[in-house]
Design a protein around this ligand. Structure first.
Ligand code: MTE
Length: 340
């Protein structure tokens, strides 16, 4: 039987060494000017688990911060769009308030509540996504052009964080494959790399060295082309908020949540496997593939079960987060313990 704990310790996703370094950061105090008083309260630099313990087991994500700006309604997707099979789960959706107040976005703060509190710093327009690398049609594409190109679909996906909590989120977006096809990958394109905005003024967490900024993620090209993989611009029918990765972020429902690169400014097709942020920071803990796998524990906690935000009892974690039928074939012949 596994001796690793069910819940990650206070450091959660952060590798132990980096977590300890946060104490030094604490001494340097007001990295986030707006939350200096909260630092005095001692909760800011603890990630979710510890923050919840310190404050009592409040409703997860219950420290809802005021919205930086009212989320606009996106144009409704056409009736029936995306409403098929694995694209929509009938499991209970995580309440909107929890989805927008319990976040991981280290560039906006290390606790679960800081990203919402700091999201107002992020300027969402104008916004461009530079598409480059192994494609026949490189271009810097304005976000509104992207939105005009692709009809929005609603996809209700499970999201499983590597920290062993999960949510069910109705995303609004379009398949990544639609964009990639338009860019016309060359025969050398084997991977797709995604990069978050680098701007410490807007993303003050980038003034710390918790990760090597900017945040970079990547997929193999067949994973990127899979119909489940999407670029999201909204959720619950509303425009995405900064804390959730506005104005555009990646969603790959069979992988741990950290693959879902937020606030993307660059998409690059490459021949070589990209160096991704978490696998660089802690290669023993986070791999490139990061497929949800209850059989492979994190070195510091079990991945066999998860806590669905809003529920008390833990539930078993499903291989590929319940999307095995759709995606297991992508990995046939691979050792998923080796390629974790
Ligand atoms: N993207 C960037 N740029 N920075 C981050 O810190 N955190 C990741 C992922 N994308 C992260 C990121 C992690 S660990 C998770 S679980 C999801 O975003 C959380 O998405 P959510 O806050 O919208 O639920």
């Amino acid at each position: 039987m596994s001796k690793v704990p069910k819940e990650p310790p206070a450091g959660e996703i952060t590798p132990e060494a980096l977590y300890l370094r946060r104490r030094e950061l604490l001494k340097n105090a007001a990295l986030f000017a707006g939350t200096a008083s909260a630092i005095g309260g001692g909760l800011v630099w603890l990630t979710g688990g510890a923050a919840r313990r310190a404050g009592g087991e409040a409703a997860p994500g219950g420290e809802a911060a005021p919205l930086a700006s009212a989320p606009a309604e996106l144009a409704a997707p056409p009736a029936g769009a995306g409403g098929r099979g694995a694209f929509v789960t009938d499991e209970a959706r995580t309440p909107y308030e929890d989805v927008i107040s319990y976040n991981n976005f280290y560039e906006l703060g290390l606790s679960k509540s800081e990203p919402a509190a700091n999201a107002g710093r992020l300027r969402l327009r104008p916004w461009t996504v530079a598409c480059e690398g192994e494609i026949k049609k490189p271009a810097v594409i304005d976000l509104d052009t992207l939105l005009a190109w692709f009809p929005l679909e609603e996809r209700v996906y499970r999201m499983r964080c590597v920290e062993a909590w999960s949510m069910v989120i109705p995303w609004l977006g379009f398949p990544l494959a639609a964009l990639l096809k338009r860019l016309e990958p060359t025969s050398r394109a084997r991977y797709v790399q995604f990069t978050t905005l680098l701007d410490p003024k807007q993303l003050p967490g980038q003034r710390s060295d918790v990760l090597d900024w900017p945040y970079v993620e990547g997929l193999r090209i067949d994973e990127a082309m899979h119909p489940l993989t999407m670029l999201a611009v909204g959720l619950y029918g509303k425009t995405l908020l900064g804390q959730n990765g506005a104005p555009i972020r990646l969603v790959v429902p069979w992988k741990y949540g950290f693959k879902g690169c937020k606030s993307i400014v660059n998409i690059k097709l490459t021949e070589q496997q990209p160096k991704t942020s978490w696998s660089q920071a802690a290669p023993d803990e986070y791999g490139f593939y990061a497929n949800v796998n209850p059989a492979v524990d994190h070195p510091r906690w079990s991945q066999a079960t998860e806590r669905r935000i809003g529920e008390l009892r833990r539930r078993p974690t499903l291989p590929f987060n319940g999307y095995a039928e759709e995606v297991a074939g992508l990995y046939s012949g691979m050792d998923l313990r080796e390629s974790f």
